[in-house]
Write a new protein. Structure first.
Length: 238
């Protein structure tokens, strides 16, 4: 397999006396969807924020496209798409105006019309972001992450709050990103989403990886949900 687009090695991080990440190691590759699952408090948000360059670990190594994201320059950041579950969108600006502004920050990819159609943005693009429903904000956030045709995309719960039809559209977009060679990292609590999208799965608990691999190798004949609950019970934390 080619070198990892995202590589996390022996990452340790604490908040006060609480160890959030405890020697965490995993990787994600170009042209594959990696789904990261784990219970609340597993450390998913912390490690993804570090990979996005928003936090710095206490120790260990994080490389995204071969670069430490904490000190990355603008050209590197333009290759990374980020969709946050909460925040990151300007509440007072109309959705369409916000996305149009973003197109000026990247080399022109011509993606906005396509994403507008695929995600149904036209129906609310003149509405201020703060007045959008949760599902509408999700669609705007996903469009913002995919506008630059990123080499790596971090998508936090990309289909949360969407109706079944819109969820299928989002999954199709995620697969298309993978097929053009993007390394797509999806954090999710949805086993259905992971089963539909994942080429690789990382299951975290208590700041460590308790299982990683393809869905078939991780679940080993059981359902993903049963495997997840078995692996993330406190008795299994090592």
């Amino acid at each position: 397999m080619t070198s990892a687009a995202v590589e996390i090695r022996d990452v340790v991080h604490s908040y006060g006396t609480t160890r959030a990440l405890d020697g965490l190691t995993w990787s994600a590759h170009a042209g594959r969807v990696t789904c990261v699952l784990g219970p609340n408090g597993a450390g998913k948000t912390s490690i993804i924020e570090m990979a996005e360059g928003l936090r710095r670990p206490d120790s260990g190594s994080i490389r995204v496209l071969g670069v430490d994201p904490w000190g990355a320059d603008a050209s590197h950041r333009a290759q990374v798409g980020v969709m946050l579950q909460d925040g990151g969108l300007p509440g007072s600006v109309a959705a369409g105006r916000f996305l149009t502004h973003l197109t000026r920050l990247y080399p022109d990819t011509g993606r906005l019309p396509q994403l507008r159609d695929r995600l149904g943005l036209a129906e609310f693009e003149k509405t201020a972001v703060r007045r959008l429903s949760g599902g509408q904000r999700q669609r705007v956030a996903l469009a913002a992450a995919l506008l630059p045709r990123p080499a790596v995309a971090f998508l936090d719960e990309p289909s949360a709050g969407l109706d079944p039809h819109a969820r299928l559209d989002v999954w199709d977009l995620v697969r298309e990103e993978r097929d053009r060679g993007c390394a797509v990292l999806v954090t999710t609590h949805s086993f259905e989403e992971a089963e539909q999208l994942a080429d690789d799965i990382v299951i975290m608990a208590a700041g460590r990886v308790v299982a990683a691999g393809t869905p078939a190798t991780v679940s080993a004949g059981s359902s993903l949900a049963d495997t997840y609950f078995d692996l993330t019970r406190p008795v299994h934390h090592r």
